[in-house]
Design a protein. Structure first.
Length: 252
C-alpha cells in the first residue's frame, strides 16, 4: 500500500497543521529522554524527523517502504537539513542501526497496528528496546482502538489537496474482518481541471491494538514505566473519547 501511496502521502497529510499541533509535546517527551539521538521507526516521508532536526535534535529514520524513504531523503534535501534514513522494517532496526544507540524511538501515525499478531508484537518491542540505551524512551501514537471497536466507527474525516488545477480527495474507512483484524482503506480521487475523477483504492491490514494489551506487551518486553495520553497534545487518555492512544514508555 505505502509503496504505491508514497507520491501522494504529503498531499494526504496537512503537515503544517499537524506539526503545529504535535511538535511541542513531542519535543517535550523527547527532551525528557535526554540529549541523545532519536529514531523514527516508521518515518514515512520524514516530516517528523525534519522538524526534530530543525529543533537541534540528531535524528534518523527507518521505513519498510523504499519509495517512502526516497521521498524522505528528497524532503530532507529540500529542507536543507541532514538526517540518516534507511530502508528497514520493524524487527530489523537494531541490526540496521546498531544496539543501544538512541535515547528516544518514535513509532507514530498508527504504524504499530501493522504488526498483526501478539508474538510479532513482542518481537518488535524487543527490537525497539534493543535500539534504546537504558532509560531511553519509546513514544507510540496509535488511533484509539478501544473507542473505535466500541462504536464500530468505520469512517474518518476526508482529506483534500489542490495544486494549480489538480485536485485530490482522500476518503478513509475501515472494514471490520471476522478474524478481529481490520482492513484499512484509502480511496484516492484525483482530477485535473474539469476532467473526470480518477479513482484508486489503497488497502492494508491492521490489528486494532487496545490500550490494556499494548501496556501488557510493553511491560513484558523491557518497558516497565508507561504513561498514556489521548493525543500528541498531551491530554489524559480516555478509552471512550480520546482520538489517539499515545504511550510514552521507558526502557528498563
Amino acid at each position: 500500500m505505502y509503496d504505491a501511496f508514497a507520491a501522494d502521502y504529503d498531499r494526504f497529510v496537512n503537515w503544517e497543521s499537524r506539526l503545529a499541533f504535535e511538535l511541542p509535546f513531542l519535543l517535550n517527551l523527547v527532551g525528557e529522554a535526554g540529549s541523545g539521538r532519536v529514531l523514527d521507526a516508521a518515518c514515512g516521508t520524514g516530516r517528523h524527523m525534519i522538524a526534530l532536526v530543525q529543533n537541534g535534535i540528531s535524528a534518523a529514520g527507518a521505513d519498510l517502504s523504499q519509495p517512502m524513504i526516497e521521498r524522505a531523503r528528497h524532503n530532507t534535501r529540500q529542507a536543507g537539513v541532514t538526517a540518516q534514513f534507511e530502508t528497514a522494517g520493524f524487527g530489523s532496526l537494531a541490526k540496521t542501526f546498531g544496539a543501544g544507540g538512541f535515547q528516544a524511538l518514535l513509532c507514530l501515525g498508527n504504524s504499530l497496528p501493522h504488526v498483526l499478531s501478539p508474538s510479532s508484537l513482542d518481537a518488535v518491542l524487543r527490537d525497539f528496546a534493543a535500539c534504546l540505551s537504558p532509560g531511553g524512551r519509546l513514544i507510540i501514537q496509535n488511533r484509539n482502538f478501544d473507542a473505535i471497536l466500541t462504536s464500530r466507527q468505520r469512517w474518518m474525516p476526508p482529506e483534500s489537496a489542490r495544486t494549480g488545477d489538480e485536485e485530490w480527495l482522500f476518503l478513509r474507512f475501515y472494514d471490520f474482518e471476522p478474524d478481529g483484524l481490520i482492513t484499512f482503506n484509502i480511496l484516492e480521487l484525483h482530477r485535473t481541471g474539469s476532467l473526470a475523477w480518477s479513482q484508486q483504492l489503497h488497502q492494508t491490514c491492521i490489528s486494532p491494538q487496545r490500550h490494556a494489551d499494548l501496556v501488557s506487551a510493553l511491560a513484558g518486553n523491557g518497558f516497565p514505566k508507561i504513561s498514556a495520553y489521548g493525543s500528541l497534545a498531551g491530554e489524559p487518555f480516555d478509552p471512550l473519547t480520546s482520538p489517539n492512544l499515545v504511550l510514552a514508555a521507558e526502557r528498563g
